[in-house]
Design a protein around this ligand. Structure first.
Ligand SMILES: Cc1ncc(COP(=O)(O)O)c(C=O)c1O
Length: 410
């Protein structure tokens, strides 16, 4: 796919939406698609091979995140893991309470699950605000913790603006108020980039997924600390120690483990490369486009490597994306999961970005195969696209309204 992009002179700048599978991952998966396809729960000898492959993948992933093997539950992806964490813990903790705390910046897999739990009367939900850079304040979380708080779910790194949260500080502050509270983090975007360790983060549950780390789509995991109450949400078979029923996708699980392993070994090189491209675009974009600004953390230390999010005044993000697509670029406006919707990003509006400016949001996310040349091309094309769109707009002026000022750098 990536090679195809290159040959067609297409530039893929949407690695936060999904990543191309690493050829080494595909190679490792093939035997489990072609030959070793037996149901791992069966008792015959063919099944022992697939069972062993899953056990090894679980062991490898557990080692990489500092967990025990029995604490890794395979799922079909990040959304399922988020849903299992919230629903599973609340359903198993009814005697302790039903208070759930989460943040306004979460992925919809968490926010919509929390909302549905509340509608169904299964949770009393508190949504914590975020600051203007997209981060959660540990003290705000602690201030919301009650005696009946069962679970706190705060993402490790935000998929739209790249803001990294201090999960350890959040967990610490919350437990000072109520030592029984359980902490879940969605580490879908951070697991490859930052190299997470469950003890260092101080969490009880963690969501991560294969297709954001150059693995295949269709495999994910939920880390569940030993002793954490969790009611299964998919019932039937006894797979995953009765925590998630369903015949395992051996090939996808093997690919997931190989992808995470590669990410771990090549982290430093990839990080440095993505930081270089990211820094250049963050510095240059506002210089080349009037009435624009970078959103998210100002310090790169607080920002996911590879993420560049921006707002551009007097243009619709979706219109820019269509024009960029025609010019050969694949990018995103806010979250890919909400592409097609005309609502401004819930993350940007929670940060305080005015709605009329948030409509002009863009997200670029770099990956291994991007080059300096990709950034050059983007910086050459984007200003003229914006200019063309503004010429068509009846409301565009050269002056920014006063309420945009704090968000613009040009
Ligand atoms: C932060 C975050 N959580 C959850 C998900 C959902 O993961 P999946 O696509 O594997 O279901 C995504 C995907 O965009 C994400 O970015």
């Amino acid at each position: 796919m990536e090679t195809e992009h290159k040959n067609n002179k297409r530039v893929y700048l949407d690695h936060a939406a999904t990543t191309p599978p690493d050829p080494r991952v595909v190679e490792a998966m093939l035997p489990y698609l072609n030959t070793h396809w037996a149901n791992p729960s069966s008792i015959y000898v063919e099944a022992q091979t697939t069972r062993r492959a899953i056990d090894q993948a679980r062991q490898s992933i557990a080692n990489l995140i500092g967990a025990n093997t029995s604490e890794v539950v395979f799922t079909a992806g990040g959304s399922e893991s988020d849903s299992l964490a919230l629903r599973g813990v609340l359903a198993a903790s009814k005697r302790r309470g039903n208070h759930l705390i989460t943040s306004a910046a979460e992925h919809h897999a968490v926010l919509d699950t929390a909302e549905q739990l509340e509608i169904d009367g299964d949770a009393d939900v508190t949504i914590i605000t975020i600051n203007s850079q997209g981060q959660v304040d540990p003290n705000e979380v602690a201030a919301s913790v009650r005696e009946d708080t069962v679970l706190i779910s705060v993402m490790h790194a935000n998929n739209e603006v790249g803001a990294i949260n201090n999960i350890d500080a959040i967990a610490h502050a919350a437990r000072e108020k109520n030592p029984h509270v359980l902490i879940h983090t969605d580490a879908v975007q951070s697991v490859a980039h930052l190299g997470v360790n469950v003890d260092e983060l101080g969490i009880d549950l963690m969501t991560f997924t294969s297709h954001k780390v150059y693995g295949p789509r269709g495999a994910g995991a939920l880390y569940v600390r030993s002793g954490t109450p969790l009611a299964p949400q998919a019932l039937g078979g006894g797979q995953e120690e009765r925590r998630r029923a369903g015949t395992e996708d051996t090939a996808a699980i093997v690919g997931f483990a190989v992808a995470l392993n590669i990410a771990s070994h090549e982290r430093e090189t990839n990080l440095a490369h993505e930081r270089t491209l990211q820094r250049r675009l963050i510095e240059e974009l506002p210089k080349r486009i009037s009435l624009s600004g970078i959103t998210g953390p100002t310090s790169l230390d607080d920002r996911l490597p590879g993420n560049v999010s921006a707002v551009i005044g007097f243009v619709e993000g979706e219109s820019i994306l269509l024009a960029l697509d025609l010019a050969g670029f694949a990018a995103s406006s806010g979250s890919a999961c909400t592409t097609g919707s005309v609502e401004p990003s819930h993350v940007l509006t929670a940060m305080g970005v005015p709605e009329d400016l948030a409509r002009g949001s863009l997200r670029f996310s770099f990956g291994h195969s991007n080059t300096d040349e990709d950034v050059n091309r983007l910086l050459n094309e984007l200003p003229s696209i914006v200019e063309r769109l503004r010429e068509l707009s009846p409301i565009a002026t050269t002056e920014a309204p006063a309420h945009w000022q704090p968000w613009l750098q040009s």
